[in-house]
Design a protein. Structure first.
Length: 356
């Protein structure tokens, strides 16, 4: 299949005039930016707690190695002054929650745009997923609400591309390496179809199931993007690549992003690929995304969407043991920690530094 690399489809269907005028007005007036005091407060508070723990843990080398005279003053100084960032962090958080929040929370009614045509285009990422991709494609194609399935292979070295095509998917090969580039290509190819009012992004490793599309569609009347969250305990298989450390770390980073955009969304999962997007919102969002952001791309996607004024909603989805070996940020806890720290850096300092 011939590949194209521009993200706006040449045959994009015209929007309803009223909707187009609303979009133009929205884009003409930049979103008002607010200082994320709660975000800064949470980070400063955590630094203070970290200082306190370091000061307390110095008790072991003090007594084990007889270094009381040398380490006592250092330990006391760390424990004493750890209270400074703790108090500052609490003050920032309380100021944001009790006083500044009323200026951030959008004063708009609950959105409801009924779905007239419950049909979706599904785009699956894949990288050396030859053992799972055919079953994943079949699972989604068998769903009555799925019009088509697109698979973007990230230059796989196995039979992923051929098996996806044989299973009935529209296949593309993204030769530029990186998870972010693969996801961006998925969204780009899906958005080319002018009959695709709703686009589902997912993975081809069988960690997700097609039946959750019904849940995502139940939430889409209220927003632009429905992000699937894997943090509902009864809905996730215990033995997945998402370890307990990564599970709770994911929630922590999600709450940092929520604090940055206080009043805009509830976020408990920044690493999930499974999400549903309105095509018109996606066409506006794609030019603002940086596909060079790698394993942190989902957090970048959510952060950029919220900064652009899009309405983001979370929906609990099921999460299953993958077929094959994980190649992303869930290889081990150390890799997960690295990805989480980079997500935090992107949320706080911006995503340009993470582009590679």
């Amino acid at each position: 299949m011939r590949e194209r690399h521009d993200f706006i489809p040449a045959d994009a269907a015209p929007l309803d005039p009223g909707r187009r005028d609303a979009i133009v007005r929205e884009l003409a007036v930049p979103a008002r930016r607010h200082v994320p005091f709660l975000l800064y407060g949470m980070l400063i508070f955590c630094c203070g707690i970290g200082m306190y723990l370091v000061g307390v843990l110095l008790v072991f080398p003090r007594y084990l190695f007889g270094l009381e005279a040398a380490l006592n003053p250092i330990s006391e100084w760390i424990v004493w002054y750890s209270g400074v960032p703790i108090v500052i962090g609490m003050a920032f958080a309380l100021f944001d929650l009790l006083f500044y929040f009323s200026h951030k929370k959008p004063d708009v009614p609950v959105r409801y745009e009924p779905v007239t045509r419950r049909a979706v285009t599904v785009a699956l990422t894949a990288y050396n997923d030859q053992d799972s991709i055919a079953d994943a494609v079949s699972d989604f194609l068998d769903h009555p609400l799925v019009d088509r399935v697109i698979v973007v292979s990230n230059n796989s070295g196995d039979a992923t591309f051929a098996r996806a095509e044989a299973a009935g998917a529209l296949t593309f090969d993204e030769q530029a390496p990186g998870y972010g580039r693969c996801v961006f290509r998925c969204l780009t190819e899906a958005a080319r179809h002018d009959d695709a009012e709703f686009i589902v992004l997912c993975e081809g490793d069988r960690t997700f199931r097609a039946y959750d599309i019904d849940k995502l569609l139940a939430y889409i009347p209220h927003g632009d993007i429905v992000n699937g969250t894997r943090t509902a305990e009864p809905l996730r298989h215990f033995t997945t690549q998402l370890s307990s450390f990564m599970f709770y770390g994911n929630i922590f980073v999600g709450k940092l992003l929520e604090a940055k955009h206080l009043g805009r969304s509830t976020i408990t999962d920044v690493g999930t690929t499974y999400k549903l997007c309105r095509r018109d919102a996606l066409l506006r969002l794609l030019p603002t995304l940086d596909p060079a952001v790698n394993l942190e791309f989902n957090a970048h996607f959510l952060d950029t969407a919220l900064a652009g004024g899009h309405v983001l909603i979370e929906c609990p989805i099921t999460f299953h043991q993958r077929v094959g070996i994980s190649k992303g940020g869930n290889i081990n806890n150390l890799r997960g920690l690295s990805v989480g720290l980079r997500m935090m850096a992107g949320i706080v300092f911006g995503w340009k530094r993470l582009a590679s």
